[in-house]
Each structure stands twice: as structure tokens, then as C-alpha cells.
Design a protein around this ligand. Sequence first.
Ligand code: ZN
Length: 371
Amino acid sequence: MNTDHIAIPGPSVGTQHALTLMRFGKTGARPQVYIQAALHADEIPGMACAIVLRRRLESLERGGALRGEVVLVPVANPVGLAQAVLGSEIGRFDLASGVNFNREHAALGEALVERVRAALTMDRDKNTVLVREALADLIAALPAQTPAEHLKKALLAMAAQADIVLDLHCDAEAVVHLYTTSHSAGTFAPLAARLRALAYLIADVSGGDPFDEALSRPWAELAAAIPDKPVALGCHATTVELRGQNDVSSALAEADATAILAFLQDVGVLAGQADPAPDALCEATPLAASEPIVCPVGGVLTFRHDVGATLRAGEPVADVTDPISGAVTTIPSPCDGVLFARVMGRFTRPGRRLGKVAGRVAHRTGKLLGA
Ligand SMILES: [Zn+2]
């Protein structure tokens, strides 16, 4: 294992953060898989999984099992991890700007098309190399001033060179679920099955420019813009939500690492044949069919269903009780589907999203991801 550190400038004079990345296998070997944990800094299940991945990858490397290269970043957001307000970690948003660390990543498709249009050939593999070099140049030229901007740029630069990217997150309270694009749904289906995901959410453009899309979309947009040249989808990326914030245990971390390492065998980064992936617990469904459960009133929140429950449209999913009047408002499920995530707090306010249901019929438009 080789370890590298990338300096991230701090918010003011005299401070600095550092990103630590661990490389397993021969530098430059393909396929390359990039795995990062806790882009939303205080999402610990992925970090716990990364601890196990590091230990097992070191052992696999010693045993000569690395065919490609694995790049592991166990703490993807030291900027957010350093944020705390009154004893609570604030990892989802950059406190200085209010921007979500997993939104507003660079959309490089158009610039990529312009940059490589004249240089693409009829050789698909050479085009892949050319596109990776062009992406590296475009990312190097991105403006960055704040720590969050430097962080996003550094993560993007590393991940853009990978064939496969796993961005490990978690939700508030949740079952395992994954997000990816239609172009990569087949690639990650075995991973979703191995992780026993109960929702597999597909969108080509989710509207929020999350990290995974910043990596995969430029390739899809290039292929669409220049259809007469062979362009591979050189980077498949997925956001993997490893349950809820408090679902941290050695047993879960070991099980998730086992699933991910088997997937690394599926894609040829690790030698050997993994056991066949089990039957998927869910099918891929459009992210545009995933419905938030919106609460119209404030009060004490009690759920009638745990995460993972299969709901019918209109079925009561929660009750909100006004603690002064005693009035009870029953909140129905917005659609048929799986309740894959819910909030952690048990006091709610009008307009708050209480959870998410993975439906099958796509009808939402615009920004499909929540805040
Ligand atoms: Zn997250």
C-alpha cells in the first residue's frame, strides 16, 4: 500500500487540511477502482467499511491478488469533519457557504466535447486515454478558492482517472440503497445485490450535480455528442448509501466490505472468482419515481413503519401529534413502493420531508435529490 497526502488550504491563515489516499496494486494498473467514504463528513458507516477494506486490501495485496488498482480515501471530507456547532458535527454542508458537499460538482461534459472533438480517432481504447487526459486538464483548470472548492477539485481529479467509482454515504435512517445512471445500472447491479439493497435509483441527470454524476456524465455526453467516434463510458460511478447514520457496527462494516470486495472480483480488480451475486432484493427504479413524504403540520412524529417496509399509496406511514391541542394528523405514503429512508428527529415542522419512498412510476421533474 502506498499512502499519499493532498493538502487542502484551510479557511484562514495558519490552517490546512489534508486528504489521505491509499493505493493498492500497481500504480496505473487497470481496471482502477476509486472508493471514498464520508463525503458528507459525519456519515460514518462508509468510514467504518473503509477501515475494514484497508485491512483486507493490504492482506490481499500481500497475497498478490491485486490485478488492477484500488484507490481508497477513508475520510473524503476533512473540511466538513472539522466542523462542529455546539457539540454537533455538521458534515453535510460547508458552513462557510451553505453548499452541500455532494452538490454543485463541476459539469465538464460540454468543455470535454469541445476539447477532444478534433482529436478523437476510430480507436476506442486510445480515445479513453485521450479523454482521461483531457478530464485531468479540465479539472486542473477549475477555479478553487475556498476549502470546499479545493476539496471538490482534489476529489474529482483523483476519481476521474478511475474506471469505477464507489462514493460511500449513508442517509438519516435507511436501508441500503444506491444511485447511478442508466448507463451504469448494469455495472452496479451485482453490487446492489451483494449489498442487499432495497432500492436502486436511476437518473441520468438528477439536477444537483452530485459527485458520481460529475464523473460519469461527461463520458455519456461525449458519446452522445460525437456518435460517429467510438467512445466508451470510461468511468462508472455510483453513490452507495450504507443505511442510516447510526448503523455503525463491526458486523455491518465487515459484511459491507465483503460485498464490495466480491464486487471488485466481479469487475476484475481482484483475482479470483467471487461466489455468484445473490438474487437482487429490488429492481432498478427511476429516481424520478422516488417520492418524498412531506409533512404538512408540526408536532411529535411517530412512524407506523420501519425503513424497508413496502407501502401502498395512501397507506398511513406516520402520525404527527400537536402536543398542545392533541390533534393527530396521519401522513399517507405518496405512492406504492419501499420506504427506504426516514428522518432521525421525532419532532417535525410543517413542510419537512419525513422520508422517501422508492416508487416505480416516474413523474417528478427538476431537482430530484433533496437538500
Ligand atoms: Zn451523504
